[in-house]
Design a binder for this molecule. Structure first.
Ligand SMILES: Cc1cc2nc3c(=O)[nH]c(=O)nc-3n(C[C@H](O)[C@H](O)[C@H](O)COP(=O)(O)O)c2cc1C
Length: 335
């Protein structure tokens, strides 16, 4: 089984959407031009930037990812804010305000229906049947990020076209619908999802080159792969310099809620070590709470209080043009 978008790929590699800066239209364009598929991260963008980034890619095939809004959990964010106060003082910032809870999800969704794109993917949940149908009506393909067989069944029932199967090795936020962090390894998860649904599977998590991807394709575990960390240090990515440096300098990643209120894998630093155990499940409240501190740390090149999302393969990330890496990986895949 395949989809229109997957069947057009000459190299079955998708650049992951990476919200917060690393994803750029330049990176997406380079990956599509190299025979793969470039993704834009629609989350955490204002409407103008969202529309501008998408419109700049209109001549190419690409996809747009959205975070589905989270339900308020009632977790005690004020108590966590109190715990973080010494760090806010250290960086001379106030606790961040929450501009809104929904990341303009409904506005972004309506815009995508009015200005159709080739592919839309969801993270933190599945589009429901009506939303999936609305995208299909305007010719848009729909994929959903899943982290368990149960989530795969739910997305399949909503009518999506393919599943991005994200293992715990993945950098960035776990895409689980309920904010959990399932630990089933990518290879076992692909098997679980295969038993739960016949939809095509795009494997994600810890894959750093063609050699990592080849066995998944050969054994029928996956139909394509979505790579994030492997693109973080490319010339076209918008990754901060300190994050790039830490990819190879820092030996360790871990999953934490400390920065955003949802489990995400990143390079371990002092902030994560200090607050890893205390952070509530409260996305995006915690994301906005820590935003001014992270921005100041990032601007100062201080890795101690910055979220530096990365997968378990981070030490193999390479500083190169995306086209160069794609050509090498295509060769490793025999394409
Ligand atoms: C810096 C960074 C930001 C990410 N942002 C997003 C995002 O906006 N949407 C999303 O669906 N996944 C996001 N992810 C997760 C990726 O889609 C993908 O699951 C992950 O990168 C795969 O694992 P890898 O990093 O080991 O390749 C992000 C990953 C990283 C490293």
């Amino acid at each position: 089984m395949t989809t229109r978008t997957l069947s057009q790929l000459s190299v079955p590699i998708i650049s992951a959407p990476m919200a917060g800066g690393p994803s750029t239209p330049e990176l997406a364009a380079a990956v599509t031009r190299a025979g793969g598929l470039g993704m834009l991260a629609g989350a955490l963008l204002d409407m103008e930037t969202f529309a501008d980034q998408i419109d700049s890619l209109r001549e190419l095939t690409f996809g747009v990812n959205l975070f589905l809004p989270d339900d308020p959990t009632g977790a005690d964010v004020d108590a966590y804010a109190h715990t973080l106060a010494p760090w806010f003082r250290k960086f001379d910032v106030s606790p961040g305000d929450m501009p809104r809870r929904d990341d303009r999800y409904w506005e972004k969704f309506a815009w995508l229906v009015e200005h159709p794109v080739p592919l839309v993917t969801s993270t933190f949940g599945t589009f429901d049947a009506a939303e999936t149908e609305a995208l299909h009506q305007v010719g848009t393909e729909v994929w959903c990020t899943v982290t368990s067989g149960a989530e795969a069944m739910e997305a399949d029932a909503a009518g999506v076209d393919a599943l991005i199967v994200q293992g715990p090795e993945a950098g960035g936020h776990r895409g689980s619908f309920d904010g959990s962090a399932p630990e089933v390894s990518l290879i076992d998860l692909l098997a679980d999802v295969r038993s739960a649904s016949d939809l095509p599977r795009i494997a994600a998590g810890g894959l750093m080159d063609g050699h990592d991807i080849a066995p998944l394709l050969a054994g029928g575990s996956a139909h394509a792969a979505q790579l994030g960390t492997a693109f973080l240090d490319t010339h076209e990515a918008g990754t901060r310099p300190v994050h790039r440096e830490q990819l190879t300098a820092n030996p360790e990643t871990a999953v934490t809620r400390a920065f955003s209120g949802r489990p995400a894998r990143g390079l371990v630093n002092e902030f994560m070590r200090t607050f890893g155990a205390d952070a509530p499940l409260a996305y995006p409240d915690v994301h906005y709470l820590t935003a001014p501190m992270r921005a100041k740390a990032g601007a100062a090149g201080d890795p101690s209080a910055l979220s530096m999302w990365a997968g378990t393969g981070h030490s193999r990330a390479r500083n190169a043009a995306a086209s160069e890496l794609m050509a090498e990986w295509a060769q490793q895949l025999g394409r």
